[in-house]
Design a protein around this ligand. Structure first.
Ligand code: AMP
Length: 236
């Protein structure tokens, strides 16, 4: 992306007003579009962490924290967790040292309120949003991808079993135990898609209006989509 030259601390040791960021990007797209898979593949390339609100919430649920207990009922129904809980979670996460030079957001923001609060957080931190990528996939393909998706309890990566003759016994990447997300079951998936269309899809127009939106075709192989995504992230 076109970035200003890195600012160095001035002679009196004060920190420059606008820190250089490598990349601040949002990945938008319906459940099953491949946001998490793709963000994990490109995070190292851009040297910024992938931040998934869904992963953070699932970790809280697994550890049975107060936040996990509050979030769980919404997640199991495929509904959105209340905005304020998510905004507090993101404020905390992007305040961590590894996020000082940018991050790739996956699954956030999901409502207009979250988008507006995020802008306030960014301006407090003197960061700029570079790009919002919308990964576009047909509904039929989304449902196929979600219903074949299994996660690993050890490494958190997903394996898609669609097209395989039988479910692999363990994670092909690390040998950990595989499980299906509660909210990936067919009963909940349709609700998640409706929630996306009703509450999150309007963000596509919101960011289009700000000139930040780039659409990426999410069909085809994982590698093909990564190629398109990297091009967009590099080009701004
Ligand atoms: P994901 O892994 O991104 O599909 O998220 C799984 C679930 O976590 C969602 O269906 C919501 O219940 C909850 N969640 C994740 N991110 C958010 C968010 N930004 N706002 C509200 N709820 C969220």
């Amino acid at each position: 992306m076109d970035k200003p030259e890195q600012q160095v601390p001035v002679a009196d040791g004060t920190v420059p007003e606008t820190p250089r960021t490598r990349l601040v990007a949002i990945m938008l797209g319906p459940p099953g579009a491949g946001k998490g898979t793709q963000a994990r593949r490109v995070e190292a390339e851009f040297g910024v962490p992938h931040i998934s609100t869904g992963d953070i919430l699932r970790d809280h649920v697994a550890r049975d924290t107060e936040l996990g207990r509050q979030a769980r009922e919404y997640m199991d129904r495929g509904e959105l967790v209340p905005d304020q809980l998510i905004i507090d979670l993101i404020a905390d996460r992007i305040g961590q040292p590894d996020a000082a030079e940018g991050f790739l957001l996956d699954g956030f923001p999901r409502t207009l309120q979250q988008a507006v609060s995020f802008e306030e957080l960014l301006s407090q931190k003197k960061l700029l949003l570079d790009v919002v990528v919308s990964i576009e996939v047909e509904d039929e393909q989304l449902i196929e991808r979600i219903s074949g998706r299994y996660l690993c309890r050890e490494c958190g990566r997903d394996t898609n079993v669609a097209g395989m003759d039988s479910l692999p016994e363990t994670c092909p990447q690390c040998g950990g135990e595989l499980y299906q997300r509660e909210d990936d079951r067919a009963e909940t998936v349709e609700n998640r898609l409706q929630v996306y269309r009703g509450q999150t899809a309007p963000l596509v127009d919101y960011y289009k209006g700000k000139g930040l939106l780039r659409e990426v075709d999410g069909s085809g192989s994982v590698e093909e989509v990564t190629g398109r995504l990297v091009e967009v992230l590099e080009g701004g």
